[in-house]
Design a protein around this ligand. Structure first.
Ligand code: JFZ
Length: 419
């Protein structure tokens, strides 16, 4: 336990979040599960397969006849998220292929009406999440839709079935996107956030319209920045894939969307998997900069989360379980610099030093710029909380302490040890 550190832009950012109680649950949650699941799981080459192969709509629709994920178990998915230490789930309610993964009355191209499965997995997830205290959220592709004749995006349109010049965007926007969003926001209980994507070409007027639409249906539902290319829209910033932000870039809270391999949707081709070690270091890096990590899984056409992904998440969960107090509800580092040994999070009266085991400083750990006097230091993974020796020097001029902690010879935890 260490007292409060010095102040910079990061605290500003966190105060901003405090002023906006709508985002408070989300920033405190820190870690969420992203799920890319749809018909594209069948061809098993990722969620862009229809566009990549210019599959005609009538052909792509045939996938629905074969989509029967009888092994889907909402409770098992939610339990895995919880075990990993994730506190919310964002699932693709509709991706770019236009297929609704729930029972939509606004469009028959949906899992309940067009597949032999006939169940509504989002309903089942909503119930399982409510039971487990996990916040359910939806991804919705609001501009790209390769199934609808009138969906009009800046770059990625279905031009093999439909003529660009015959597209009337309002027919799609008013006829499918907005009605489906209304269904999602009225029939599934509380929706934590809507994750919009690829807004290229969406006008400022339509961007505002969709935000107003969401607000009128669930005022507390958060909206991510990809809702619009007009700067400043949305409650929080979604960075690029696997991109980690810096503190103070934006006044809004932010997240890193991350893949476990190099793909979002299920694929048998991509077998480049991040290790638990690298995932934990990435998580620590993100939260140390005050961000959220949204970590993706791509379930199979049978309805299961691939075992290798599940294994990784459980391994991460062992770490988040032991180090929960240094993760949830914390603020990022007040120091806008990279720390050579890892990352830093804070709570009032406490500083958590997340030390990478492979950078374990044999000669002890040095940290300058601490405003208050340190009373106690120990390793979080050490159940007996043996106190570590430390020295403290006070700089009268700067009114700051420099701290030097003598670390144990061996790291206290797997991969990253929190002191
Ligand atoms: C989009 C989707 O096209 C993709 O299928 C997936 O759902 C992903 C999460 O989001 O792709 C993007 C969009 C924006 C960036 C990267 C991938 N970006 O800003 O870096």
């Amino acid at each position: 336990g260490i007292s409060k550190a010095g102040s910079t832009g990061q605290e500003e950012q966190n105060r901003t979040a405090e002023r906006d109680p709508r985002t408070a649950w989300w920033t405190a949650a820190r870690f969420g599960m992203f799920i890319h699941w749809g018909l594209y799981a069948l061809p098993a080459q990722g969620e862009w397969i229809m566009y990549a192969q210019k599959t005609p709509v009538r052909e792509y629709e045939k996938l629905a006849q074969r989509f029967n994920p009888t092994e889907f178990d909402a409770k098992a998915w939610v339990a895995l998220a919880k075990e990993a230490g994730m506190r919310y789930i964002v699932i693709t309610a509709k991706h770019h292929d236009g297929f609704a993964m729930y029972g939509s009355k606004a469009d028959p191209f949906n899992i309940v009406d067009a597949t032999p499965f006939g169940r509504d997995p989002l309903k089942e997830l909503a119930e399982a999440c409510a039971e487990a205290g996990i916040v359910l959220c939806f991804y919705y592709s609001h501009v790209i839709d390769w199934h609808h004749p009138h969906a009009l995006h800046k770059e990625h349109n279905n031009t093999w079935d439909y003529k660009l010049e015959e597209k009337r965007f309002a027919e799609y926007f008013e006829g499918k996107a907005k009605p489906q969003l209304k269904e999602l926001l009225t029939e599934y209980g509380r929706v934590g956030l809507l994750w919009f994507d690829t807004a290229g070409g969406l006008s400022e007027e339509d961007s505002k319209d969709i935000v107003r639409h969401v607000r009128s249906l669930q005022p507390d539902c958060l909206i991510n920045s990809r809702v619009s290319h007009f700067m400043g829209m949305g409650d929080f910033v979604s960075k690029g894939d696997n991109e980690i932000g810096m503190s103070g870039e934006d006044t809004r809270p932010w997240e890193t969307p991350m893949t476990l391999n190099q793909s979002w949707g299920y694929t048998t081709k991509d077998q480049v998997w991040k290790t638990a070690d690298s995932l934990i270091k990435k998580l620590v890096n993100v939260i140390g900069k005050g961000g959220n990590l949204l970590l993706n899984v791509g379930p199979t056409p049978q309805g299961t989360i691939p075992e290798l992904s599940a294994e990784r998440l459980r391994e991460v969960g062992e770490w988040t379980g032991r180090n929960a107090e240094a993760v949830y509800g914390t603020d990022g580092s007040p120091f806008p610099v990279e720390l050579e040994w890892g990352a830093l999070t804070t709570l009032p009266g406490r500083v958590y030093l997340h030390v990478h085991n492979d950078k374990w400083p044999a000669n002890g750990l040095r940290l300058g710029g601490i405003r208050n006097r340190v009373l106690r230091a120990y390793c979080l993974a050490d159940q007996s909380r043996t106190e570590l020796e430390f020295e403290q020097a006070y700089d009268e001029e700067l009114e700051l302490h420099t701290l030097e902690i003598r670390l144990p010879d061996e790291p206290a935890d797997q991969y990253v040890s929190v002191v």
